[in-house]
Design a protein around this ligand. Structure first.
Ligand code: E9O
Length: 598
């Protein structure tokens, strides 16, 4: 799946902006056929954005079910011979799309794009009405999974229900990423897959182009590679092949050099369709206890993030994105994890350009209960449908992100109940699928289980562990961190002989709270905790990365252990540094802090 770009032959029209919006409080919208005419009594709503924090109305913030978005647009006359595609960057979590009253698409899954050709339904040269119904209900067949709790007790009014889920971030909903229209020729470049290799100083760019449409057998494909200065390195013909680059500049965080692969589709001697792809030449490998980038061992310094900010919720905003990348640079990070779902493609484009190493995560979080756990007030659990959806999401994720040099590893889930019966079989199926689709990148599953209890340690290439000594366990006991952490990490290595990344560690910290000696929630406590974790990482040479939880404070569901959200950010939600940010900046900018020997 190609990210929509303007080229000599393609146009893109952004439908972001102010849409009309209506909450379907009684779930009557389909029955009353709201899609057939303009929405009555609509309010205004920005796209992209979560709708939850835009109004002052808590019933909108906490709504469970459908909301309706609508806007009109024109298709220019000049597009009449083109193929016209509508692409929704993401709609969380389910969507049904209507154009001029007719249903044209459905999608399940809130963190990946979907698209549909609209020529049959669109009216050229006059107004079109686009309606997108977004539903935010999570059940056990969804990723992330969730369930509706129905109360049926004397303390709750009849029919009272809540959406429950086993992760802490707030279930932000709505159209979270840009909605675009783009054109291609009727016979068009459908997909490009690029894989890069390295042979000494030489870089090798292997490509495969898929073409679709009526005239696909009569058209030729030309593929050219350009360097940063626009100098052509080579031009070849055919849908599959490779281009060699002598003295190539390899992509890495210190020099994220991007070549440009230009693909043209020619029929009758004319360019019918054109697309270009930024290409970073780099290879990733895991051997023994190391992760190698271009043959050199690499240590990951960075954070797990969220798509989260004031007012916008999970809506993509280039302003926030730029600020976040500037902060990541400022602090000296070289990597981050897209916890706990695939991020907007715009973020990965920036990661390619800025040179960040990304652990790209599937939206599989809160995956507890492969077998029945009595503590949860439901008899349902992870099932065959969840697995099928998981596989589908993996296919879509790899289809979308396969060409990004920044993506160095896939994470299939976060903190699943990997100690339960059924977990091995489930994740073996998922991980096998990842390896089949992409043999070029390592695969992991982020664990909170312990080394002796997990059933999936043998399946992954890198052990990723989230750990909260002196926070969730033995709260306040900073003195136990080194003893407990060192013991556990050594055990992981002893059992699996694989490199280890600590993918989460941190403490809730209210900016401005101070205490000496350090107490929980103070800035000093967060710093002291990090320092002790770091001492252990520095002693263990199989530890190849540290990712703090979290980049910034973020919104959660309301619960007693969260004071206006999860406060484990090293930046506040408004992106101001806490003391810990300076500590990390000091550590990460000093490249001597951890030298990895081969
Ligand atoms: C997942 C992340 O989304 N890991 C959680 C983070 C947190 O701050 C959450 O925001 O809560 C931590 C998992 C903690 C596991 C608790 C184990 C308890 C042992 C006594």
């Amino acid at each position: 799946m190609l990210y929509p770009r303007e080229t000599r032959t393609r146009e893109v029209k952004d439908l972001s902006g102010i849409w009309r919006f209506k909450v379907d409080r009684e779930s009557k919208g389909y029955e009353q056929r709201w899609f057939e005419k303009p929405l009555e009594d609509a309010i205004l709503m920005p796209v992209p954005a979560s709708y939850n924090d835009i109004t002052q109305d808590e019933s909108i913030r906490d709504h469970i079910g459908d909301v309706w978005y609508e806007r009109t647009f024109y298709i220019p006359e000049g597009w009449k011979d083109k193929r016209i595609v509508l692409r929704v960057g993401s709609a969380t979590h389910h969507a049904r799309v209507f154009l001029n009253g007719e249903e044209i698409a459905q999608n399940k899954g809130g963190f990946l794009p979907f698209e549909v050709e609209i020529n049959k339904f669109a009216q050229i040269g006059c107004e079109n009405r686009l309606t997108i119904v977004v539903n935010n209900i999570l059940d056990w067949s969804c990723l992330p999974p969730g369930f509706i709790r129905e109360y049926n007790d004397p303390m709750h009014p009849e029919g009272y229900k809540t959406q429950e889920y086993l992760f802490d971030f707030f279930n932000y909903s709505g159209i979270h990423r840009p909605v675009l229209l783009y054109t291609t020729s009727k016979t068009y470049i459908e997909d490009i897959k690029v894989e890069t290799k390295i042979d000494g100083k030489k870089g090798i760019v292997c490509f495969k182009v898929n073409v679709s449409g009526e005239k696909k057998d009569e058209s030729q494909i030309a593929v050219a590679l350009y360097d940063k200065n626009g100098r052509q390195i080579a031009k070849v013909e055919g849908s599959e092949g490779m281009i060699e680059v002598e003295d190539a500049i390899f992509w890495d965080p210190s020099n994220p050099y991007l070549y440009k692969l230009n693909v043209t589709l020619i029929h009758d001697g004319k360019i019918a369709d054109e697309y270009y792809l930024p290409v970073g030449i780099r290879i990733v490998e895991v051997k023994d206890k190391r992760l190698y980038l271009n043959g050199k061992p690499v240590y990951l310094k960075g954070l797990a993030k969220h798509e989260d900010s004031d007012i916008r919720g999970k809506g993509y905003d280039p302003v926030i994105a730029m600020k976040d990348f500037n902060l990541l640079k400022w602090i000296g990070a070289n990597s981050f994890r897209t916890s706990h779902y695939p991020y907007a493609e715009e973020i990965l484009n920036l990661a390619d350009e800025y040179g960040f190493l990304v652990i790209d995560e599937a939206p599989a979080v809160g995956m507890n209960f492969f077998n029945k756990n009595e503590k949860v007030f439901t008899l349902e659990r992870i099932n065959q449908k969840t697995l099928e959806h998981h596989l589908e999401v993996i296919r879509q994720l790899i289809a979308r992100d396969k060409n990004h040099p920044s993506v160095i590893m896939w994470s299939v889930a976060n903190e699943a109940a990997t100690y339960e019966d059924g977990a091995y079989e489930y994740f073996k199926t998922v991980i096998d699928e990842v390896r089949k689709l992409d043999p070029t990148r390592p695969v992991t599953l982020v664990e909170s289980s312990f080394p002796d209890e997990t059933k999936v340690g043998s399946l992954v290439d890198v052990i990723c562990v989230n750990r909260y000594y002196s926070w969730y366990s033995d709260p306040g006991r900073l003195d136990l961190i080194e003893f407990q952490l060192e013991k556990e990490l050594k055990r992981w290595f002893e059992l699996y002989q694989k490199p280890v990344i600590i993918t989460e560690y941190g403490a809730d910290t209210i900016a401005g709270f101070h205490s000496s000696p350090p107490m929980m929630f103070s800035e000093e406590y967060q710093c002291e905790m990090l320092k002790r974790y770091h001492r252990v990482f520095d002693r263990l040479d199989f530890v190849i990365g540290e990712h703090i939880w979290n980049f910034a404070d973020f919104a959660t569901k309301q619960e007693v252990r969260r004071i206006m959200g999860n406060r484990k950010g090293i930046f506040t939600r408004q992106r101001q540094p806490k003391m810990a940010a300076f500590l990390l900046k000091e550590r990460w900018q000093n490249s001597e802090h951890k030298k990895l020997e081969e």
